[in-house]
Structure formats: structure tokens, C-alpha cells
Design a protein around this ligand. Structure first.
Ligand SMILES: *[C@@H]1O[C@H](CO)[C@@H](O)[C@H](O)[C@H]1NC(C)=O
Ligand SMILES: *[C@@H]1O[C@H](CO)[C@@H](O)[C@H](O)[C@H]1NC(C)=O
Ligand SMILES: *[C@@H]1O[C@H](CO)[C@@H](O)[C@H](O)[C@H]1NC(C)=O
Ligand SMILES: *[C@@H]1O[C@H](CO)[C@@H](O)[C@H](O)[C@H]1NC(C)=O
Ligand SMILES: *[C@@H]1O[C@H](CO)[C@@H](O)[C@H](O)[C@H]1NC(C)=O
Length: 434
């Protein structure tokens, strides 16, 4: 299902602003300064997306939510519901903290697509994979750990369709006005958050943190300016200027990068303009001629058959940004295992060509690399590679970019801790469903 969910990005429909000052949504009530608002990210993806568990409503009901920096609206399936299959649909009648948002509010007018039903604001979001959600815009309490945030603008999704397998809804962390990241203002500053998507083979939990800048923003980060495009505020857009193997930039014509790149945690793999894709794929192939190949899949044209191999040397892929920093990926960000070959070890080069000029940097490529945003100041930061407690993972060496070349060493047997977390996660789901 990864392929189907792989383009989880909002389609934007230009709409003239219709300002209305008669209604202002209450300011979200923030945790005291210094208190971390944090959610665990599970080391398992559903349909290629990462999920967190947060409490929705009062009393809080646990909901598994996809984390998506490529869209703004936070929503959950909501009764009465024309829902996709996922037990544990939120019942607004059970919550004492939910309130409706009127149609003539500025919040309603900030929605890209909205309508009015019985004077209540209705939202609609369509994703590129044809998933959609449709329902009432509401104010509701969201609880992260023990920290409750009141009056968050969210979607109570009464009509939802798509490939959000294993999730009750989605947390929108884009740069637009209605995104959760934008609503959580800290001392007047919006869009400050940091996450580390766990490496699926490392067995560690990741986390999503919101807090004061000096608490949440890590040291050892390479900061890259966000490009302020006037078109789509939602997207975190950076100026990508090249790709390379290790620190060697490939000679790719600069105008192939004119569309820049979007950082999208809701997209599974990285999409590159075809010419750029072919250049990096060919360079990668040239460095891996000694590895046994496997047939192409519907998504990937470059696969390797590593069955029976204990350890192999693979090159690393780097992104070069106009601002200077180089983001060097680790092996698990480059080769993904194809699970349908039971008992075999088939890995594919996890990049996909697109006819679009804009690249999308997906979650596979950023797993294990802490990714931080200071959206209002206009920066995204990569690193360090500390997804979970540093030093305790065989794959997280506590520094970024990695200093040594990458080997798929001891890659084959899954970590027992991972198996535990995997099992615990199902136990968690089952307990939620009960
Ligand atoms: C709503 O509350 C009722 C009564 O407390 C309970 O039986 C029901 O399971 C709740 N529904 C949900 C979806 O939480
Ligand atoms: C969204 O809901 C409205 C009102 O219920 C309906 O008219 C519209 O067709 C729905 N859109 C989708 C995509 O289901
Ligand atoms: C994010 O939150 C987790 C869990 O509370 C914590 O372990 C981690 O240090 C935090 N990260 C930063 C950069 O503050
Ligand atoms: C991997 O990246 C590092 C820089 O981070 C570089 O020194 C090293 O040569 C690269 N390895 C290969 C095989 O390209
Ligand atoms: C992978 O290689 C093994 C032998 O090492 C072979 O038995 C198997 O059929 C190959 N699988 C694919 C998909 O190429």
C-alpha cells in the first residue's frame, strides 16, 4: 500500500480570500514554557506513513494519527461516519470539549475548500493519492502525553476515503495557517517542531516534539533556509541544487533542480525529476555492479537480491542544497526491503522518477535523521541522526553526516527489541480497539 499512499500531499485550489473579522478562534492554550509536548512515533509504518498516538476530546480517546508535513488540516474519523475501515471511530457526542466553528469565521475562510451546512463550517481535503476527508471544522482538545492543548482547529471527518491504513486520522504539520504546527504558537512564534522518524530496522521509537525553541531545536543540526513561495504556504520547500554519491556531486544541469524540493513526512519515497533520477540511479548502479540484481517492481526499477549475503558495501546518496549543507543518507534511507519475497532479501533503490519539476523528499529518506522546523524564521534543519537514545542503536552512531561508508552489516536479522515493539504496538492497537 506504500505506493498508494506515497503522494500524500494536499491539492491546492486557489480561492480568493474572504476576510471576516467577526469571529476569531480562541488561541490554543499552551503548556507552560519549557514543558515538552511530545508524542512517540512508532517504528512501523502503515501504508508507508508513520503514526503517533494522541488523545482526542475530553475524556481523551486515543487515536492513531499519520504525521504529515505535506498538508495542514488535522482530522480524525468522526461519527456518524462514512468511513474507511478502522475500528475506534471518535464519537463527538462523547466529548465535552468539542465545539463547532461557524461558516462566517476567519478560520473557515482560511480553508482551501470549505462549504456551509446548518451554519457550521465544512472542510474538505483531497490528497494526491485520491484519498479524501470531508466533515465539520471543530475546536477540540488534543492531548500529547499528559499535556492537553485546548481549542485546536481540527476536522471531524464524517466522510473519509482512502489508504490511511491503520490510522484514525492525520496530523497536519504543514506551513499553512490551519496546520497544527502553526496553531501552536509559543511566545508569538509559530511552526516550531522537531521529529525523528524511527529507522524501521533500528528498533527504536521516534518522537515528535513541540516546545519552546531552546528546548526543542537540537544542536548539531544543519539548517537550510525554506524558500518562501507565494503559492503554497503548506509546503516546506527548499532549494535542492544537486545529488551525489558520498560527497561527490554529480554533474546534473542546474535547471533540472529549478523546482526545488518539498519535505513531506506523508510521502513514503523520494520523487525526483526524471533526468535527476536517471543520473543518480545510473551513478548508483555504476557503484554496485558487483551486487546481484533482482527484477524491477511496479514502483522501483533498480533492485538487488541480497539473499544469503551477510554484509555488503553500498554507496551513500547525498542531497546538496544551495545554502551549502549536504545531507548524506544512510543505507536504510536508500535501499528498502521488498516484503513480498518471503524468505528472501530483495532490496530496491527507493527513489522514483516523476514528470514534475519539484522533488519530494519522502519519509524513507529521512528515517533516523532528526528533522526540525522553525517555520516562521524560515528554516528546516537536518540531523543529528539520533532517533531515540543515541549510541544505543547499532545503526545510530550519534553523528551526522555519517563519517564512514555504509555497510549493510548485520542487517539481516531483525533486532529483538524491534520485534518486541512491533508486538507491543499490536497489543496497543488491540487495546485501543477494545
Ligand atoms: C461513548 O460513550 C458511551 C457511554 O459512556 C460508551 O459506551 C461508548 O463506547 C463511547 N463511544 C466511543 C466511540 O467512545
Ligand atoms: C463532502 O460532503 C459534502 C456534504 O456532505 C458533499 O456534498 C460532498 O460531495 C462531499 N465530498 C466528497 C468528496 O465526498
Ligand atoms: C523530544 O522528546 C523526547 C521525549 O520526551 C525526548 O527524549 C527528546 O530528548 C526530545 N528531543 C529534543 C530535541 O528535545
Ligand atoms: C559516504 O559518505 C561519506 C561522507 O559522509 C564519504 O566520506 C564516504 O566516502 C561515502 N562513502 C561512499 C562509499 O561513497
Ligand atoms: C535471489 O537469489 C536466490 C539465490 O541466492 C535465488 O534463489 C532467488 O530466486 C533470487 N530471487 C530473486 C527474486 O531474484
Amino acid at each position: 500500500m506504500a505506493s498508494l499512499l506515497s503522494l500524500l500531499t494536499v491539492l491546492t485550489v486557489a480561492q480568493p480570500p474572504t476576510p471576516n473579522t467577526s469571529y476569531k478562534p480562541p488561541v490554543p492554550l499552551l503548556p507552560p514554557p519549557g514543558l515538552l509536548m511530545s508524542a512517540v512515533i512508532f517504528p512501523q509504518t502503515f501504508g508507508g506513513a508513520y503514526v503517533i498516538s494522541i488523545g482526542v476530546g475530553t475524556p481523551p480517546v486515543n487515536q492513531l494519527m499519520i504525521i504529515d508535513t505535506g498538508s495542514d488540516i488535522t482530522w480524525f474519523q468522526c461519527k456518524p461516519c462514512n468511513c474507511y475501515q478502522m475500528p475506534g471511530v471518535f464519537d463527538p457526542l462523547n466529548s465535552t470539549s468539542i465545539s463547532v466553528v461557524p461558516c462566517d469565521s476567519s478560520a473557515c475562510n482560511q480553508l482551501q475548500r470549505h462549504s456551509c451546512s446548518k451554519s457550521q463550517c465544512q472542510y474538505e481535503v483531497d490528497y494526491l493519492d485520491n484519498s479524501f476527508t470531508n466533515g465539520s471544522l471543530v475546536l477540540e482538545t488534543l492531548t500529547f502525553g499528559s499535556t492537553a492543548v485546548l481549542n485546536v482547529l481540527t476536522g471531524c471527518g464524517h466522510s473519509n476515503f482512502g489508504f490511511m491504513l491503520g490510522a484514525h486520522g492525520l496530523v497536519g504539520l504543514g506551513g499553512g495557517p490551519l496546520s497544527l504546527a502553526t496553531q501552536l504558537r509559543v511566545h508569538g512564534r509559530a511552526g516550531i517542531f522537531s521529529y525523528c522518524l524511527p529507522n524501521l530496522h533500528g528498533g527504536l521509537l521516534g518522537w515528535l516534539n513541540f516546545s519552546l525553541p531552546n528546548v526543542v531545536l537540537p544542536t548539531g543540526t544543519a539548517w537550510i533556509p525554506l524558500v518562501r513561495t507565494t503559492k503554497i504556504k503548506t509546503h516546506y520547500h527548499v532549494e535542492l541544487s544537486g545529488l551525489g554519491i558520498g560527497n561527490m556531486q554529480l554533474p546534473i544541469p542546474q535547471n533540472s533542480f529549478k523546482g526545488g524540493a518539498i519535505i513531506d513526512s506523508g510521502t513514503t519515497y523520494t520523487y525526483l525529476p526524471r533526468l535527476v533520477y536517471e543520473a543518480i540511479r545510473n551513478a548508483y548502479l555504476a557503484k554496485t555492479v558487483n551486487l546481484p540484481r533482482a527484477p524491477a517492481t511496479s514502483l522501483f526499477d533498480t533492485c538487488y537480491n541480497l539473499s544469503g549475503l551477510e554484509s555488503v558495501q553500498v554507496p551513500n546518496v547525498s542531497f546538496f542544497f544551495s545554502a551549502g549543507p549536504i545531507l548524506t543518507l544512510q543505507m536504510w534511507n536508500i535501499l528498502v526491503e521488498q516484503e513480498r519475497y518471503v524468505g528472501e532479501r530483495i532490496f530496491c533503490f527507493a527513489f522514483i522518477p516523476t514528470s514534475d519539476v519539484t522533488s519530494i523528499i519522502g519519509n524513507t529518506q529521512l528515517a533516523g535523521i532528526q528533522t526540525s522546523f522553525d517555520a516562521e524564521a524560515g528554516y528546516v534543519g537536518f540531523g543529528p541522526s539520533i532517533c531515540g537514545p543515541p549510541e544505543s542503536s547499532p545503526h545510530c552512531h550519534g553523528h551526522w553526516p555519517p563519517r564512514r561508508s555504509i555497510a549493510l552489516e548485520n542487517y539481516i536479522p531483525p533486532n529483538p527489541l524491534f520485534l518486541c515493539l512491533f508486538t507491543c504496538f499490536y497489543v496497543l492497537i488491540i487495546s485501543i480497539l477494545d
